[in-house]
Design a protein around this ligand. Structure first.
Ligand SMILES: *Cc1c(COP(=O)(O)O)cnc(C)c1O
Length: 417
């Protein structure tokens, strides 16, 4: 039986090795990060804060967590960092516990407009007993409508404004929302799960510097980390965030991946800027090329994207579900996505697809490769060649991109340690 699992992992790795990975929430980790997963850290507990643990045997783990916190503060130029949340949703739940009470109202971006389910009733915000009001959203700009928000905020009197989304093409108006929040004694939370690596690489504004009271984020989308999360803030909110994380929503905090995270923060300090610049260049190039080929790429008005993401309206091609399946057949892996005019009821076949270029960028691809990827997509969707033929071309194309770049030591991306 165990050999069956090993075989499935090998097959999965081979599939990824010869595919084009474009899911906007995923990335690769370096070998140095992965080696941490295999360490004894993954068998241990370290409940509590550094130096104040509830179990013995933590002295080396303490040192790793201390380093992880220091690196995080340096990277994001913040006073306070908690690196214990084991995922983005858990970080959001902790932030809701720290900054709201049951029955409070928050402003969230709706899911069709790009918001994450954890900002909504069905997930973390709902579990905290929060009432949700959706921001007015400017579809042309693919951004929060600040004036419209100001108009309703006075009456609604939310306790918290949540910014940051899962479909995020734009710089979001943190400063402006903060100004509105201050007038009604509300706080601002920015969920940077998608753009954390772009913030670290200084191509996306740092929400804390723009006035957000708290930033939550997962560490594995544009950032180079394992699948976990963090919370950043000012020192004055540190105590309540610590309490909300532990004992609130985290007991053990997955220490092997904590060690991996520390290494990924070092990689970000060293390579983050070069990587993030290339990510945005690549996203724009892919968007422009698809647009020129006749696809309905959202956001012509603002150069299509300011992040790692692109959104394409594929209704004319049968919708997001059909298009994603067709692309998967040739080895192009991406996801269907709701677009602002969709009802959440059609989440199984929404209008759009979402594309992220962060992972192919970490594999070393540049603008030239973005043109190739657009052509592969076009050949597939317009049936210019047989699927097997395109599959073969993609396998060939991938052969030159097999190592994880922007790392202290480049290594095979799919090697099993
Ligand atoms: C991905 C995402 C999350 C959830 O992160 P997980 O680590 O998957 O729990 C939260 N918020 C936003 C905006 C996201 O895109």
């Amino acid at each position: 039986m165990s050999s069956e699992i090993a075989k499935l992992i090998r097959e999965h790795n081979e599939m990824m090795r010869y595919s084009i990975p474009l899911i906007a929430s995923e990335n690769l980790t370096s070998k140095a990060v992965r080696m941490c997963y295999l360490s004894d850290f993954g068998h241990r507990y370290a409940e509590g804060k550094v130096g104040e643990r509830y179990y013995a045997g933590c002295k080396f783990i303490d040192e790793v967590e201390r380093i992880a916190i220091e690196l995080t503060k340096k990277l994001f130029e913040v006073e306070y960092a908690n690196v214990q949340p084991i995922s983005g949703v858990v970080a959001n739940l902790a932030a809701f516990f720290a900054f709201t009470n049951p029955g409070d109202t928050i402003f969230s971006i709706s899911v069709p407009c790009g918001g994450h389910i954890s900002h909504d009733k069905i997930s973390a915000a709902g579990l905290r007993g929060l009432k949700i009001v959706y921001y007015p959203f400017d579809v042309e700009e693919m951004n929060v409508d600040v004036e419209g928000t100001e108009k309703i905020a006075k009456d609604v009197k939310p306790k918290l404004f949540v910014l940051g989304s899962s479909l995020i093409l734009r710089r979001q108006p943190t400063k402006e929302i903060k100004e509105i929040a201050e007038k009604i004694d509300a706080k601002v939370m920015f969920d940077a799960s998608h753009v954390l690596g772009l913030i670290a690489g200084k191509v996306y504004p740092n929400p804390i510097k723009e006035g957000a009271d708290v930033l939550t984020a997962s560490t594995h989308k544009t950032f180079f980390g394992p699948q976990r999360a963090l919370i950043l803030s000012d020192e004055r909110y540190g105590k309540r965030i610590d309490k909300a994380v532990f004992p609130g929503v985290v007991s053990n905090h997955h220490l092997h991946s904590l060690a991996g995270y520390a290494i990924s923060a070092m990689e970000m300090l060293e390579f983050g800027e070069a990587y993030a610049k290339q990510v945005v260049k690549n996203a724009r190039k892919l968007a422009e090329t698809l647009y020129d080929l006749g696809y309905k790429v959202l956001g012509e008005k603002f150069g299509f994207t300011e992040t790692h993401q692109i959104a394409v309206d594929v209704r004319e091609l049968g919708g997001g579900d059909k298009v994603a399946r067709k692309l998967e057949e040739v080895g192009i892996i991406l996801n269907k996505n709701l677009l602002p005019w969709d009802s959440v009821d059609i989440a199984s076949n929404p209008s759009g697809i979402r594309i992220g270029v962060q992972e192919v960028t970490r594999l070393g691809m540049k603008e030239e490769e973005m043109i190739k990827i657009a052509e592969f997509i076009d050949s597939t969707l317009r049936n210019k060649k047989r699927a097997e033929e395109i599959r073969g071309e993609i396998r060939e194309f991938r052969k030159s991109f097999q190592t994880v770049k922007f790392a202290f030591e480049e290594s095979d991306a799919y090697e099993i340690c």
